[in-house]
Design a protein around this ligand. Structure first.
Ligand code: HEM
Ligand code: HEM
Length: 283
């Protein structure tokens, strides 16, 4: 949205709506003083500010990553990406899928509200972090695949693995679509406006799917172990259940951070407000 649109003139009433209407004057695109009539939608208010929720995302992310590392080291014999111990290579899978894929992607999603700077610099950080998350997801999946191949176990038979493949394919498509729509801006402005809500929708969808896939992964691993020598109420089983629950809490808090409106910046740029779609900006 051009900066001039942020200087609002007083609200006028719209007889056909109970929502207040504002007349804005634009100095770009529509002529020096063309009025732009927009309906102001009420902004979603959750009664919490963004900062503590963002802090909770950072803290919970580090905590969950530390707990997963503790699990694979204290209970599962360690973790590696090299060497001839397939079980230890598998252990890199949960570590990377949460720490590298889900956590990095969460931070990427929050960048528009946590970083200050120009819009283009925020886009650069957002898309770079999403690219890193995607590449790390490939490394994490490779670890599970290598474990299977080295141990003569079938591949891609479980719902977890199907959802996992679906998630990373969705991420890939989302990245490519985001790159050409918002970075190279290869499409018309009106198309960008139409794409943006879908970008947010599929971005949240892919993210939630990643969290669900990870939870299924924990369930699958602990069920494998419980069908062996691990007791139903063994401390390892309870520990992993707790970690999976914390992953769910982490996902909830991240989605809340997306929905909470960002604090206004001085240059007038504001990240998307979900209840305020008319205010999307794509410059
Ligand atoms: C978003 C996160 C995750 C994704 C996208 C994902 C994806 C995958 C994929 C594609 C496979 C299939 C590998 C093959 O068949 O060769 C796999 C296997 C596996 N993953 Fe995950 N994973 C994720 C997180 C986790 C987590 C946190 C755990 C917890 C331990 C886990 C446990 C497993 C297990 C036990 C297997 C082997 C059995 C199977 O193929 O289903 N995964 N994962
Ligand atoms: C897998 C890759 C990606 C995912 C999962 C993703 C996800 C998201 C999500 C959830 C939001 C909403 C953030 C919020 O409202 O607080 C968002 C906003 C946005 N994303 Fe992405 N994104 C991805 C890749 C990209 C790429 C490659 C670009 C290219 C620059 C991009 C550009 C944008 C822009 C311009 C916004 C709107 C920012 C604003 O509020 O003004 N995204 N993305």
């Amino acid at each position: 949205m051009p900066r001039a649109l942020h200087s609002r003139s007083p609200a006028v009433s719209d007889p056909h709506s109970d929502l207040p209407t504002v007349v804005r004057r634009s100095s770009s695109g529509l002529g020096p003083s063309a009025p732009v009539l927009q309906v102001r939608r009420p902004m979603a208010s959750y009664g919490v500010s963004f900062a503590p929720v963002a802090t909770a995302v950072h803290v919970l992310g580090v905590l969950v990553l530390a707990l997963i590392l503790y699990w694979v080291i204290a209970f599962r014999g360690g973790v590696t990406l090299w060497g001839s111990a397939p079980a230890l290579i598998f252990n890199a899978h949960p570590v990377i899928m949460f720490g590298g894929f889900i956590f990095v992607s969460s931070e990427a999603i929050l960048v528009y509200k946590t970083l200050s700077g120009t819009k283009r610099s925020k886009k650069l950080v957002h898309m770079s972090l999403q690219a890193i998350a995607f590449l790390l997801a490939l490394v994490g999946i490779w670890a599970a695949l290598k474990f299977h191949l080295d141990s003569n176990i079938d591949n891609f038979y479980s719902l977890h693995s199907w959802l996992g493949i679906f998630t990373v394919v969705l991420f890939f498509i989302q990245w490519i679509a985001g790159f050409f729509s918002f970075w190279t801006q290869s499409v018309a402005g009106s198309t960008r406006a139409a794409v943006l809500p879908w970008h947010v929708f599929f971005g949240i969808g892919a993210y939630v799917l990643a969290v669900a896939t990870a939870v299924l992964g924990f369930l699958e691993k602990i069920t494998f172990l419980q069908s062996g020598s691990l007791g139903h109420y063994a401390s390892e089983a309870m520990f992993v259940n707790t970690v999976a629950l914390l992953v769910v809490v982490f996902g909830f808090v991240t989605v809340l951070a997306i929905l909470i409106p960002a604090p206004k910046e001085e240059d007038g740029y504001q990240a998307i407000e979900m209840g305020d779609l008319l205010h999307f900006s794509m410059a």
